[in-house]
Design a protein around this ligand. Structure first.
Ligand code: FAD
Length: 296
């Protein structure tokens, strides 16, 4: 959903006519969004992948890392530098978004990465990949601003994912805490077990309120950067707290594969790091919401 937003908001009428009906019909899959690079990470504007205009095409060279769902996609959104950093007045300028057809693309190598959870993500290598000039979405050099629009949607979506994880942990812990009898009574009767689950439940509920606020603003077309970021942060923290309470409640069984708790714990961990790490959300709130000095 959040990847499509860039095409919906900034794509040309021709791009929308060509791709959207097929995507809606399930004939084409657009699920990959290539931003992160080995040498840029959270500092997106330092990305080094270049797209150089040559006649009716762009030639792409560079490298991306952790690009998800490429093997499940026909199309990919790509953020690349079209004007060198040294030649732009603001570092957020000179980046462009392309809608790349990756079926049989020559000059693109996709290397799957093994991660700590079941998440299909890849390293990408671009070696003179040629794409038609009309792959450009919107204006050349405005790509960073276009993807920022989509990031709020992604944060609201990711917050919802974490809220689901948090609820799952709380439910699982409550069931187990009520069933498991040790020292002659259910372990959930112990405040040391019960209070941790109650606290996690409250954190998940509070995150859900912030997520709802962010989603309502987004749907109304209102600015929602602070709320989307805060929802992502609070939800990831709540899921983490709930995951720990759930593992603690399950004792040794929390680590046993057949209980699924350890798997969900590994999955829920991701959203403290991606799509934006918690520290950068704190820096955003400190600087942009509270008006404090920039820390980086
Ligand atoms: C499973 C998975 C899927 C992903 N899918 C995609 C995808 O589809 N497309 C895509 O483009 N990217 C994707 N990513 C990349 C993800 O967005 C990045 O990993 C994330 O933005 C952090 O970048 P980095 O890993 O380079 O960390 P770095 O930028 O190297 O940061 C490392 C750590 O340093 C700390 N840090 C850095 N800067 C600061 C600062 N200024 N202040 C305080 N602390 C700081 C943070 O704690 C951070 O976690 C994915 C990542 C994972 C793990």
């Amino acid at each position: 959903m959040y990847i499509m937003g860039t095409l919906l908001r900034h794509g040309s009428a021709e791009q929308k006519r060509t791709y959207l009906p097929k995507i809606a019909a399930g004939e084409l899959r657009l699920q990959a969004f290539a931003v992160t690079e080995p040498n840029a990470g959270s500092d997106t504007t330092k990305l080094q992948t270049t797209a150089v205009r040559q006649g009716d095409r762009y030639v792409v060279n560079g490298q991306k890392i952790f690009i998800s769902r490429v093997l499940q996609s026909d199309l990919m959104l790509l953020l690349a530098r079209t004007t060198p950093l040294a030649e732009v007045s603001r570092k957020t300028d000179g980046l462009s978004v392309f809608l790349v057809d990756i079926r049989n693309a020559k000059g693109l190598e996709v290397r799957p990465l093994r991660m700590m959870m079941n998440h299909s993500t890849n390293a990408l290598f671009f070696d003179n990949l040629e794409i038609p000039a009309d792959s450009l979405v919107g204006q050349e050099g405005r790509g960073f601003h276009y993807i920022l629009d989509g990031m709020n949607a992604e944060r609201i979506l990711v917050a919802s994912d974490s809220i689901g994880d948090g609820k799952w942990f709380v439910e699982k812990a409550v069931v187990y805490g009520n069933q498991r009898v040790i020292f002659g009574r259910p372990i959930g009767a112990n405040q040391g077990v019960q209070f941790a689950i109650a606290k996690a439940h409250m954190a998940v509920e509070a995150a859900e309120l912030m997520r709802n606020k962010a989603a309502a603003l987004f749907d109304a077309g209102e600015p929602c950067g602070p709320e989307a970021n805060m929802a992502k942060y609070l939800a990831a923290e709540a899921a983490w707290e709930a995951g720990n309470a759930c593992i603690d409640c399950h004792g040794g069984y929390g680590y046993a594969e057949e209980y699924d708790v350890e798997r969900k714990f590994r999955e829920a961990r991701l959203y403290r790091t991606a799509p934006i790490n918690q520290n950068l959300v704190l820096a955003y709130v400190g600087e942009h919401v509270l008006g404090m000095p920039r820390s980086y």
